[in-house]
Design a protein around this ligand. Structure first.
Ligand SMILES: Nc1ncnc2c1ncn2[C@@H]1O[C@H](COP(=O)(O)OP(=O)(O)O)[C@@H](O)[C@H]1O
Ligand SMILES: [Mg+2]
Length: 403
């Protein structure tokens, strides 16, 4: 279902355990589910947490370590076992592999070697048709100005995608100060993004799912914090880890970005397989489309995965023609969503998404079709995330927006 691997680590030595942990935590496609310091407890922890990968440093007691590999392999054969050691002794490597280890790494652990091993696993899985080799779709919805409709579109797109039972959708409200996705879904969530990021060190899949609010449309919501003061506790690194965990559990992540293009929004833009930039056809909006696209050019791959969506198409007053607007932005629009103010306000006030309240309305059909098109496009776009690296020569893209 996803490209994130959940890992459980055992290493009785505190210093190498910390060293290995920090390498694992630096790898985006790894979620460190648990780590333990006793070989004796490891098999039980593996059985309880059902990780994709078990990592064992055998240095503290190579004989016990090799026995442990065999035991885990017998009792929980689903886990891929990776062994770590400072020894390069051929006999030891051989007995580790014979006991069921798939990979053997020398210390100090290198993230590129682990990444190479993960790629090997992925290609094996996709070759065998295993669904866990597929990527999650991460859709970041941002607006080029206040009130252009990014929340309306993010929420209704999430609900439209959720109408297919083969998908699981989580909507994350990144408008941490003023977000209102919870109103659109008429929910009073118990936990927010602040709770989840603050508890990141003890967070596992079960706890994360418990923290999310499930709406009748099928969409899970991770809302913005209740108090403004809580925003400061949410840092980009923790958000990145939460995204990793969400990707291991959901087929689609939909972000409602803030209008400040903050460091948190930047994390979502980096993780996104697609960015929907919502605009209307007026001059201030179109000017911001051009500015944002220019800024996006500073990140490898970001502009390429950005799709400009016109909202409230057909609204007459003060609007620029479609052709003129495309000329102004120097590109084509990906999609147009018709204007229907009455219905949009209604669904927001009722807290019921369009697909449930007005499945046949043209605005609903438009959003559903956009979701399907996007999903089709995304299938062939799987390498976007991997190619998104910041170009080194220039300052952060959002610097110019900050005072
Ligand atoms: N396609 C649309 N047609 C008519 N009104 C819309 C449409 N999309 C959004 N709106 C309205 O525009 C206003 C702002 O929308 P919202 O989604 O809150 O914008 P943002 O999140 O970008 O600030 C809301 O009153 C909403 O009902
Ligand atoms: Mg909004």
């Amino acid at each position: 279902m996803s490209n994130v691997f959940r890992v459980v680590l055992v290493d009785p030595d505190d210093s190498t355990r910390e060293e290995i942990k920090s390498v694992l935590l630096s790898i985006e496609s790894i979620w460190l589910e648990a780590d333990c310091s006793r070989y004796e407890f490891f098999t039980d922890i593996v059985k309880q947490t059902t990780p994709e990968i078990g990592m064992i440093n055998i240095d503290s007691d190579p004989e016990k370590g090799v026995e442990l590999i065999q035991k885990v392999n017998e009792e929980y054969p689903q886990a891929i076992l990776m062994v770590v050691s400072s020894s390069a002794d051929g006999q030891l490597i051989l007995s580790a592999m014979r006991s069921g280890a798939q990979e053997f790494f020398n210390l100090p652990l290198s993230s590129s070697e682990v990444n190479a091993a993960l790629s090997r696993i992925r290609s094996k899985q996709s070759g065998s048709g295993d669904a866990s080799g597929e990527n999650s779709r991460v859709i970041a919805v941002g607006g080029v100005s206040g009130g252009v409709g990014s929340t309306s579109i993010a929420v209704n797109l999430a609900a439209a995608l959720a109408s297919n039972p083969n998908r699981s959708i989580v909507l994350i409200d990144l408008d941490v100060s003023l977000g209102d996705a919870d109103i659109f879904l008429d929910s009073i969530p118990e936990y927010t993004l602040a709770d989840v990021t603050q508890n990141i060190d003890r967070l596992d899949l079960a706890l994360l799912k418990k923290s999310l609010t499930k709406h009748e449309s099928g969409v899970y919501l991770l809302p913005r914090p209740v108090q403004l003061q809580d925003n400061e506790g949410i840092n980009p690194e923790d958000l990145s880890r939460v995204i990793g965990l969400l990707k291991s559990s959901f087929t689609h992540l939909v972000f409602d970005l803030s209008k400040s293009y903050s460091r948190l929004d930047e994390v979502a833009l980096r993780a996104a397989t697609d960015v929907l930039l919502i605009t209307q056809l007026d001059l201030p909006c179109l000017r911001n489309v051009v500015r944002l696209l220019m800024s996006f050019e500073e990140y490898v791959g970001l502009k390429e995965k950005t799709k400009i969506v016109v909202n409230r198409a057909g609204l007459d007053s003060g609007q620029i023609s479609m052709n003129k607007a495309q000329e102004t932005i120097g590109g084509e629009f990906y999609w147009q969503i018709p204007n229907d103010y009455g219905l949009m306000v209604d669904v927001r006030n009722n807290g019921v998404p369009l697909v449930i309240q007005a499945p046949k309305a043209s605005i609903t059909r438009s959003i559903v079709e956009m979701g399907e098109k996007l999903n089709g496009d995304l299938q062939s776009d799987e390498n976007n995330e991997a190619t998104l690296e910041k170009k080194p020569q220039k300052k952060g893209i959002f610097g110019f927006l900050k005072k």
